[in-house]
Design a binder for this molecule. Structure first.
Ligand SMILES: [Zn+2]
Length: 324
């Protein structure tokens, strides 16, 4: 990206096998991508895949998704099957909340998506159950009296915690409890004071902005100041719930740019940054040995992010994703 020097890339065994100058194997299928830009497949850090179309998501250039809330037995159980057809799925499973809390009565999700936690013992039990089912993160919703214990139990087990929260009071509760991430920054359109932003950056609390589901000047301003302070941003769409159609959401990316992120920062928030944040060492960049989860787009996204959708071609584990 950005530099115009054309390069050859060899994909073999689902991985990037060589980049630059190498002897092209005689039996290799060749693809001329002249004038186009190759990028890592996108990582969407906030989806509800059961409410969307996984195949369209993959075709649209999103090769890894992290699901932030569905019936644990369904979304975690489907993990292995979806790994084959893609996109690669990481999931929180249920959303831990207080008895009667969000989303236990929300229309969009099955009742057992809400894992209700009213005591410290239930906190331990719920976190352990999610981890045993294969959860890669713990999702919580606020307000939540047992949140400090949930966070303690998650961290003990090496799991991060992402929080759905509305306003400032809940933000303060979440930060005091030690959550690692905000699943929206923030769900409501309140001004996040500078001292909270500085605190979040200092304590490495990441945010998933999800601007498109509720773009306001205030939410853009919050993100702009967070980025300027050096905060970690994870691209996420809330796909399936409030979110946009499946695949790369250019509007979300453009809103992030409008908030003050450079195109490079925007692209990083959907590739290298979430890969690092989620401990996925095999993706998020174009390097020899990494998964060949790749997209080819018509144009240069550093000049114009709109060229990212739809991608010209998508490769998932080295295989070209069909357009049918
Ligand atoms: Zn969501």
């Amino acid at each position: 990206m950005g530099d115009a020097s054309p390069q050859d890339i060899l994909i073999r065994g689902g991985q990037i096998a060589a980049i630059g100058h190498f002897a092209i194997p005689k039996d290799a299928l060749r693809l001329d991508a002249g004038g186009r830009t190759l990028l890592p497949g996108f990582i969407d850090s906030h989806v509800h895949l059961q409410l969307s179309d996984a195949r369209q998501c993959l075709r649209g250039g999103t090769t890894t998704v992290r699901d932030l809330g569905w019936t644990p037995g369904v979304i975690l159980g489907r993990r292995s099957a979806l790994r084959v057809s893609g996109p690669d799925l990481l999931a929180a499973g249920g959303i831990l909340c207080p008895p009667g809390g969000y989303p236990s009565r929300a229309g969009w999700c099955p009742a057992d998506t809400a894992v209700q936690v009213g005591t410290p013992a239930q906190a331990e039990q719920a976190v352990a159950a999610m981890q045993a089912s294969g959860a890669s993160i713990i999702k919580v919703s606020l307000p939540f009296p047992q949140l400090p214990e949930v966070v303690r139990q998650a961290h003990r087990r090496g799991l991060k915690v992402t929080a759905h929260l509305g306003g400032l009071e809940e933000l303060d509760q979440a930060l005091a409890a030690g959550v690692d991430e905000l699943a929206h920054f923030t769900f409501s359109s309140v001004r996040v004071p500078e001292d909270r932003i500085q605190w979040m950056v200092a304590h490495k609390v990441a945010v998933c902005p999800t601007l498109h589901i509720g773009a306001s000047a205030q939410r853009l301003d919050n993100l702009g100041r967070f980025v300027k302070a050096g905060g970690t941003v994870l691209y996420g769409t809330d796909l399936g719930n409030y979110g946009p159609p499946p695949g790369i959401d250019v509007q979300e990316l453009q809103l992030m740019q409008r908030a003050g992120m450079t195109p490079r920062q925007v692209l990083d928030s959907a590739t290298s940054v979430p890969a690092r944040w989620m401990g996925l060492k095999d993706r998020g960049a174009i390097r020899v040995g990494l998964r060949a989860d790749l997209i080819l787009v018509n144009g240069d996204p550093l000049r114009d992010l709109s060229c990212l959708a739809p991608p010209w071609k998508v490769f998932y584990g080295g295989d070209e994703v069909g357009q049918k």
